[in-house]
Design a protein around this ligand. Structure first.
Ligand SMILES: Nc1ncnc2c1ncn2[C@@H]1O[C@H](COP(=O)(O)OP(=O)(O)OP(=O)(O)O)[C@@H](O)[C@H]1O
Ligand SMILES: [Mg+2]
Ligand SMILES: [Zn+2]
Length: 289
C-alpha cells in the first residue's frame, strides 16, 4: 500500500477548503466555513449511527472564526450606516498619537483627552445609564477633535454593538431644509426622529456661526429628547459650551448641552497643517527632486 493511501485510511477526514491568511486561525478560506470530506464513506449512503448522528461523506462545518466573522460583519454594517467619513473608518483611540503635537503642553492636553476617551469607552454602560456624552473642544481647527470623537464611536460599536449616527451640524440643518421641498420623500419629523432616537449621536462641528431661530429650534428638539431619554451625544466644536450662549441666543440649547455632556479640551495645535506640510514636501520632492 502506498503512503498516501495509508494516511487516508488512518485519517480519512480531510478539509477541502483551502486555508488562507484571511482566517485568524488559518483554517478556512476566510469565509467562516469548512468543507469536510470523509473518504472512508466514499460511495456509501448517508446513515445514522447508534447515537443518531448523521454519517455522511461530505459536509460543511463552521470554522472557529465564524462567530467573530458574523460579529465583524455586523460592526462593519453599523459603521457603514453611521455616516462616519470613510477616512476615519479605521481610526482608533490607540492610534491617536500624542507625539504628533509639537508643544509639551499640548502633548499633556492630548494625553488627558486620550485617557478620557479610553475611560469613556470602558465605562460606557454607566455613561449610558446617566445619558452622559462628551464635548470635544478646541479653538484651533485640525487639532484632532473629529478624529478622537470618531475613534470613540468606532470602539463603542465594536465593544458594545451599539448603533451610531454621525452628522455635521450644518448637514443636519440642510437635510431638514431639503424636506421643505414638496417633492421630498422624507419629512422633517422623520429626520428629527432618526437623530433623536439613535443610541449614540455624534454632532460634528457644532455651532460654527450664529444660529437662526429655526436652527436653534431643531437642535433643541433633538437634544432635549436625547437628554430626557438619556441617550449619549458626542459633540465636537470650535467654541466652548459656555460660548454657545452667543450662538444659541434662546439659551435653552446650551443649557441642555451643558447637562448632557462633559467637556474635553483638545490641544490648540493643528495636526492637519502639519500633515499638509509634510504631504506637500513629499510631493514637491517628487516634482522637483
Ligand atoms: N492625535 C492624532 N493622531 C493622529 N492623527 C491625528 C491626530 N489628531 C489629528 N489627526 C489628523 O489630523 C487631521 C485633522 O484632524 P481632525 O479632522 O480630527 O481635526 P478637527 O479638530 O476636527 O478640525 P476642525 O476644527 O476643522 O473640525 C486628520 O487627518 C486626523 O486624522
Ligand atoms: Mg472636525
Ligand atoms: Zn476560519
Amino acid at each position: 500500500m502506498n503512503d498516501a493511501r495509508e494516511s487516508l485510511e488512518s485519517n480519512p477526514i480531510e478539509i477541502l477548503t483551502s486555508p488562507s491568511d484571511e482566517c485568524p486561525y488559518k483554517k478556512c478560506d476566510g469565509k467562516g466555513w469548512l468543507w469536510i470530506k470523509d473518504w472512508s464513506r466514499l460511495g456509501k449512503k448517508d446513515e445514522l449511527d447508534e447515537n443518531g448522528k448523521l454519517l455522511r461523506a461530505e459536509w460543511m462545518e463552521q470554522c472557529k472564526c465564524y462567530e467573530q466573522l458574523i460579529k465583524q460583519r455586523e460592526v462593519d454594517k453599523k459603521l457603514d450606516l453611521s455616516g462616519i467619513p470613510s477616512i476615519f473608518k479605521n481610526a482608533t483611540v490607540a492610534s491617536f498619537e500624542v507625539s504628533k503635537y509639537q508643544l509639551k503642553t499640548n502633548q499633556d492636553i492630548a494625553t488627558l483627552a486620550r485617557k478620557a476617551a479610553i475611560n469613556y469607552v470602558t465605562n460606557y454602560k454607566l455613561m449610558q445609564q446617566s445619558g452622559k456624552g462628551l464635548y470635544l473642544y478646541s479653538k484651533v481647527k485640525g487639532s484632532g477633535k473629529t478624529r478622537l470623537a470618531v475613534s470613540i464611536a468606532n470602539a463603542l460599536v465594536r465593544e458594545y454593538g451599539i448603533d451610531v449616527a454621525f452628522i455635521k451640524s450644518a448637514d443636519l440643518i440642510s437635510q431638514i431644509k431639503k424636506t421643505f421641498n414638496k417633492k421630498s420623500e422624507t419629512t422633517q419629523s422623520e429626520i428629527v426622529d432618526t437623530f433623536r432616537n439613535v443610541e449614540l449621536l455624534i454632532v460634528d462641528d457644532l455651532a460654527i456661526k450664529g444660529a437662526s431661530t429655526f436652527e436653534e429650534g431643531v437642535m433643541y428638539d433633538i437634544f432635549d429628547f436625547r437628554l430626557e431619554h438619556k441617550k449619549p451625544t458626542i459633540f465636537t466644536s470650535n467654541v466652548t459650551i459656555l460660548e454657545l450662549e452667543e450662538i444659541y441666543k434662546g439659551g435653552r440649547v446650551n443649557k441642555r448641552i451643558n447637562k448632557m455632556s462633559m467637556e474635553i479640551n483638545m490641544p490648540e495645535e493643528s495636526i492637519r497643517d502639519q500633515e499638509a506640510e509634510s504631504e506637500n514636501a513629499e510631493l514637491e520632492g517628487l516634482l522637483f527632486g
